[in-house]
Design a protein around this ligand. Sequence first.
Ligand code: FPP
Length: 283
Amino acid sequence: MSPVPAPSRLHELSAAELALYRQLDPERLPRHIAIIMDGNGRWAGQRRLQRFFGHQQGAESVQYVVETASRIDLPWLTLYAFSLENNLRRPETEVSFLMRLLRTYLVGNVKRMNDNNVRIAYVGRISELPSEVQETMRWAAEKTARNTGTTLTLALNYGARGEIVDAVRAALTKLAAENGGAVPLDALLTHLTEERVSQSLYTAHMPDPDLVIRTSGEMRISNFLLWQIAYSEIFVTERFWPDFRGIHLLEAIREYQGRERRFGGLGNGHASNVAEPEQALVR
Ligand code: FPP
């Protein structure tokens, strides 16, 4: 028996969000959106506030965006909340503030996550985070583990290059174990495929992002999901993260739906142009 579909939650969108949602093609919604949340510091600076206020307001944005994502039934939402580089290169006071903010955010929002059927998960070198932070993270993940709507994945102490190195190491270790331990290097390398690396990434259980959003106008990826975004569409907005809301998520999806995804192929309407390549060379 096929599972009964969950009732639509579109009526929970605001009137403006619903109007925008109606412009979208429900058959072509992204399955996975990943967001580089940037501009908290600049948002605060514009208001002559300390950077901390920007982060605090950024945490509010997280909840707004998660709830809109859950109302449109987005299966996967991944947020870049704290990079390896943030951990290493920001002042200790800011890092410890971000850690406290994360805990406060999780404790304060687990009920809302459950009300919205949102499951919380994490990617990154979690074991390097302070133990009390890890404890709260585990608690929030357990409290929301049975939810079946959007999976909110927070990338924490995350860096994509580190992830790829971890994945290659894990894939080789697994290959060696499958082949009885002492395996010559060339045999290991022949069996090291893209698929095996993908299966060893922190994100092995999720589809690759269809859409990456970056706020605050910077045109960079900043070591986020480098492997997984090979064919993702990228949407950059000038808006700072603390001003980003659900409606802006829907605007990004509308732009995404206007793009033609080609995955390295030719896309629609080009097939007839390649019939006789010699003619093109002669001309
Ligand atoms: C970038 O702003 C944002 C971060 C370094 C961290 C993201 C954190 C949050 C959105 C708040 C908390 C999140 C959760 C999940 C509770 P920036 O400081 O680099 O801004 P700037 O480039 O303007 O200085």
